[in-house]
Every structure is written in C-alpha cells, then in structure tokens.
Design a protein around this ligand. Structure first.
Ligand code: NAD
Ligand code: DAU
Length: 369
C-alpha cells in the first residue's frame, strides 16, 4: 500500500502543461474548484486542440482567477519552460498531440512534443530539483500523463503495469518514448516522477475529431458517422473528471518511479458506444457508415486497475451517466463545437474521411461476418 498522506502541500504551485486541452482543462477546473489554496499555471502552445475557452469558467471566477495564470508557449522550448518550473512545486504534463489518426497523416509534431518536449521538461525539473535538494527543500514532483495505448492491442486479459510495451502507432510510440525518458531521469538523476496510463476518455470539451464527440456532433447535424471496419474494436471508457481525479490522486500519493494504470468504467465495443449515443440523441442507426479501417488499428485495450485501487482511488461515474452528461453538454454547447469544427477542420475532414466516405457502405446493425 502506497503512502496515505499527500506528498504535496494543499497550496502547492502546480505547472499544468497542455492545460487548455480536453483532460488538462478538466484537471485545472476541478483542482481550482475543489481545493481552496491550490495555485495553477498553465503552459500551453494552443495548437488546434488547445482552447482557452475550456478555461473560461476559471477566468470568470475572481477567486479562482487569482490563483491561476496562463502562459502561451511550447514545452519543447527550454526558455519558456525553465522559469515556470523554477516557480513550481509540481509539473503535470498533459501536453501532447493526442489523435491517432493525425499521427498517421503527420507524425512530426507527435515526436517533437512527445519526445523533445518531455525531455525539456525533465531537464528543467532535474536542474531545479538539484538546487532545491541542496538547499534542504523538497524536489519538484513530475507527473507524465500517458496512455493505455503503450501496451498495444491486448488480445485477452488485462494489462498490468509491468507488461511489455508494444506501441503500434506513431502516437503511441511517441507516448512510450516519453515514458521511457521519465524512467531514465528517475533512475539516472533521482528525479521525483510518476506516470499514469489512462484509458479512452470522454466528456464535455472533448475535441470533435475523436469518436464520441465526432459522432454526437455529426448526428446532431444528420451527417454520416464513419465507423472504422466492423466496429467491434474494444475500448474501456473513462469519464473525464474521473481521469483528472485519478491523475491528481497519483500526483499526491504515488510513489516516485512507479506507473499507475487508470482504467475506465465500461469495456465496450465501438458499435455499442455508437448505439448508446444515437439512442440518447433520438437519431437512427442508418446514419452509421462502414468505412475502411484505420491502418494498424488496435483491436482491444483493457487495463488492470488493482495498483491504483490499492493507492485509494476509484472512479465515480458510470458510462450511462457519463454518456448522458456528455451528449447533453454537446447539445447545449453548439457554439463551442462549431468553432472547433471551423478553420482547418474541413481540410482535415476531407483528408481523413473524404475517400473513406466515398467507399463507405451502410453499416448493418449486426456485426459483419
Ligand atoms: P488534447 O489534444 O485535447 O490537448 C492537448 C493539449 O496540449 C492542447 O491544449 C494543446 O494545445 C497542448 N499542446 C500540444 N503540444 C504542445 C506543446 N508542444 N507545448 C505546449 N502545449 C502543447 O489532448 P487530451 O485528450 O486532453 O490528452 C491529454 C493527455 O492525456 C495527452 O498526453 C494524451 O496522450 C493523454 N491521454 C489522453 C487520453 C484520451 O482519451 N483523450 C487517454 C489517455 C491519455
Ligand atoms: O486509449 C487511450 C487513447 O484514447 C488516448 O491515448 C488517445 O489520446 C485518444 O485519442 C484515444 O485514442 P483512440 O484512437 O482509441 O480514440 P478515437 O476516439 O480516435 O477512436 C476510438 C475508437 O473509435 C477507435 O477504435 C477508432 C474508432 N473510430 C474513431 C474515429 C475518430 C471510428 O470508428 N471512427 C472514427 O471516425
């Protein structure tokens, strides 16, 4: 059983990199709302996936805004990172290119942020920690947000943290590389660091490039829903506030050098997820199109959560409740997702789905043979 007292003071200063994205912004909103003394600085490059509107609730609340600051910058830029790490007690790194399909189209940014960016953060943490430890103060704690995709496709059973890594997309390879760098800094330099491996996350503010928000928003507009292959790929769905809460729990209670799986609450095949969201929206299955599969598509992810449970964390949100909250949020926040589906969106959509939809067929309600 890992430590039962927090490794961080309640008023610790936390640098949240990638905090304008989907999960990072949920983390910032939750921590500032839940913990009175918490102080957070976000460092975010504001890529197409970063959106300051995700933090509007924080900036509109004078009490929370006083404990919050926002810096636009790149985690791969040592000049941006160094001074911010020097004024922080902990770093939680959400920053990444996060979409598998885009990593197939254009992998470079995945490597730059996922490998060089993580290295720049670790170097800054190493240098600042050495100075603090020499002065008798605690080191800076680092948490790397990683993914169940580093295990690759899991034929049966559940992945445990000691399993071999077998990443199979440029996205997951970059995430695995980031984790290995973290481990090297723990072993070689004694950096205080933990890693989380989360499963498929969904909820409000999810970028509409991903399965659930893409299909919800397309269905609202009565547009086709491009289901890859037979739709029998399995994921374990994790509501975003549960993922953010688990990350905060590991930051505070995890043992340095350890990795913690963060499983979801529902192991489901894509077809059943799609049927559930269509039912909630009152839209027909006939919107679903079977399209050519994602290259290298991982068939199944499944995580063993015993280690995180032993640390004292459990999820709070069932898939039914989480999906209802999510669908209702997208219905109520059209301006948010229509803005995310503007600018470069049409060019991306055409590149990703144009030929696929042209080659598509109506999806049977039962799995194809
Ligand atoms: P996201 O794409 O919504 O957000 C990523 C954020 O990082 C954006 O705000 C973006 O502007 C920022 N960013 C990207 N490159 C940057 C750089 N070089 N410097 C500074 N900021 C940069 O991603 P998400 O879905 O919120 O995922 C967050 C993290 O969680 C990622 O590391 C991802 O690998 C991991 N993860 C995601 C899921 C999931 O299902 N979404 C599951 C497990 C793990
Ligand atoms: O498992 C954790 C990972 O979950 C995270 O590390 C990633 O950052 C996150 O994007 C997510 O990756 P996936 O590839 O599993 O998520 P995505 O929403 O892209 O796809 C979910 C499933 O739906 C997958 O089997 C592919 C399928 N899919 C997806 C899209 C976008 C479709 O059938 N059609 C689609 O158009």
């Amino acid at each position: 059983m890992a430590g039962d007292s927090s490794r961080l003071a309640p008023d610790a200063r936390i640098l949240v990199t990638g905090g304008a994205g989907f999960i990072g912004s949920a983390y910032v909103r939750d921590v500032l709302a839940r913990r009175d003394g918490a102080r957070i600085t976000v460092l975010d490059k504001l890529t197409y996936a970063g959106n300051r509107a995700n933090l509007a609730a924080v900036e509109a609340d004078p009490e929370q805004a006083a404990r919050f600051s926002f810096v636009i910058g790149d985690i791969a830029d040592p000049e941006a990172v160094g001074p911010l790490v020097a004024e922080s007690d902990a770093v939680v790194n959400f920053a990444a290119e996060s979409h598998v399909d885009r990593s197939i189209l254009e992998p470079e940014a995945f490597l730059r942020t996922g490998v060089i960016g993580v290295h720049v953060l670790l170097e800054a943490v190493r240098i600042e920690s050495a100075a603090r430890v020499a002065a008798g103060r605690p080191a800076v704690r680092y948490l790397q947000v990683s993914t169940d995709e580093v295990y690759g496709s899991v034929a049966d059973g559940h992945s445990v943290e000691s399993d071999r890594l077998d990443p199979r997309s440029p996205y997951s390879a970059a995430k695995a590389a980031g984790e290995l760098l973290v481990n090297s800094y723990v072993v070689t330099h004694g950096v205080d660091a933990v890693v989380t491996r989360g499963s498929n996350t969904y909820g409000p503010f999810h970028h509409p490039e991903k399965l659930i928000p893409l299909f919800v928003t397309n269905a609202i507009d009565d547009q086709p829903l491009p289901m890859y292959g037979d739709g029998l790929q399995q994921r374990d769905w994790l509501f975003v506030s549960d993922h953010a809460g688990a990350i905060d729990h590991v930051l505070r209670h995890g043992t340095s050098g350890e990795t913690y799986n963060v499983p979801g609450s529902a192991e489901m095949v894509n077809r059943d997820v799609i049927a559930g969201l269509l039912e909630r929206l009152g839209k027909p299955w006939t919107l679903v199109r079977t399209v050519p599969d994602r290259p290298g598509h991982d068939r199944r992810y499944a995580l063993d959560g015993s280690k995180l449970a032993a640390l004292g964390w459990r999820n709070r949100t069932s898939f039914d409740d989480g999906l209802a909250t999510t669908v209702d949020w997208f219905r109520a926040n059209e301006a948010w997702w229509r803005a995310a589906k503007s600018g470069d969106w049409d060019a991306y959509y055409e590149r990703q789905y144009g030929a696929r939809l042209a080659a598509s067929s109506a999806a049977s309600t039962r799995p194809e043979a």
